[in-house]
Design a protein around this ligand. Structure first.
Ligand code: GZL
Length: 316
């Protein structure tokens, strides 16, 4: 069967386009992201920021939902190494237990960026940099606000985040140090609600049963637990924000709305929308540029003086 010269040129042209397209596809940045899970509205906003920005930049994002288990995240990082991704992003559920898998990524010469939560490691060369918020600063801001708002007096119950996680450890430590300045501002009970709304409700129900009217303040490590605690407080016939003051962290839209409604008295922001910053940093690393070891996001504070005005601008 003889083919005309025109047909032969057409076939050659198609082959060249396919080769160019496939090589361009090969050059598409491939990034593995091991997310903690989907425990809170903050987490959903953080995942959405990473996915939307990857889409916008044409990045091939391999997203893994750890479902609240460190072993799932470790498995995901190993899978990213096998897939030879260009970079690995890890939002570590808890602070410890990462050295071995990070050593494997280092041996594979794949840069690791730690986001959102910090890790404890014997060797800081196992990751290139950290991008997230300063949980100590958030705890201090919450304590300072409360000291001023209460005249340094009150019995506090604390809703802690996920046991062993950096935000739970750091927010607890910094808040305790912050209220130490006020001898009559005391934590009378503290328990984990695991950053979940249901957890905040259940723990608050137990606190109300145990302490009755002897609770003046709730310090919640995140808004989801604060919103759960509001359900328990209202079910007990009490007024959140008035009978029991509430201080929380994250500043999700529902949390800022609750401040505007007078149900939460203060939220400290912990901004989850750092997808663009993560990918800018990865592009810099892959281009051989130096990047800061720690890059903290800027966080604001909302109370009755500014919450209502801030609401229209809230993005998560
Ligand atoms: C903080 C993040 C915490 C949020 C919670 O950066 O790790 O985990 O405060 C989330 O809402 O579950």
């Amino acid at each position: 069967m003889k083919y005309s010269p025109v047909f032969k040129c057409f076939v050659a042209g198609v082959a060249i386009c396919a080769a160019v397209l496939s090589s361009a596809a090969d050059k598409k940045l491939k990034i593995g992201f091991a997310q903690t899970g989907a425990e809170s509205a903050w987490r959903t906003a953080n995942s959405d920021s990473m996915k939307a920005e990857a889409e916008k930049r044409g990045i091939d994002l391999k997203f893994s939902d750890g479902q609240g288990k460190q072993e799932n995240q470790i498995r995901a990082v190993r899978s990213f190494i096998t897939q030879r991704v260009d970079a690995i992003v890890l939002a570590p559920l808890v602070e410890t237990g990462w050295d071995n898998v990070l050593r494997e990524a280092k041996r594979a010469k794949i840069p690791v960026i730690i986001t959102d939560r910090t890790i404890q490691t014997t060797d800081e060369s196992l990751f290139v940099c950290f991008i997230g918020s300063d949980f100590f600063e958030e705890g201090r801001m919450a304590a300072d606000w409360l000291g001023k708002a209460t005249g340094g007096k009150g019995r506090i119950v604390e809703l802690q985040g996920t046991p062993g996680s950096a935000p739970a450890n750091d927010r607890r430590k910094a808040f305790a140090e912050g209220i130490a300045k006020f001898p009559e501002l005391k934590i009378i009970d503290s328990q984990s609600g695991d950053f979940r709304r249901a957890g905040g409700k259940e723990v608050m129900e137990a606190f109300l049963k145990k302490h009755g009217k002897n609770i003046d303040i709730v310090y919640a490590h995140n808004d989801d637990m604060a919103l759960g605690a509001i359900q328990a407080i209202e079910a007990a016939g009490l007024k959140p924000g008035t009978d029991i003051k509430i201080v929380s962290i994250d500043a999700i839209k529902e949390g800022v709305q609750a401040v505007a409604d007078g149900k939460i008295n203060c939220v400290v922001e912990c901004n989850p929308l750092f997808g663009p910053k993560v990918y800018d940093t990865i592009e810099a690393i892959l281009a051989g540029k130096e990047v800061p070891k720690k890059a903290f996001n800027k966080d604001e504070l909302f109370d009755k003086t500014n919450a209502a005005a801030a609401l229209p601008k809230r993005q998560y």
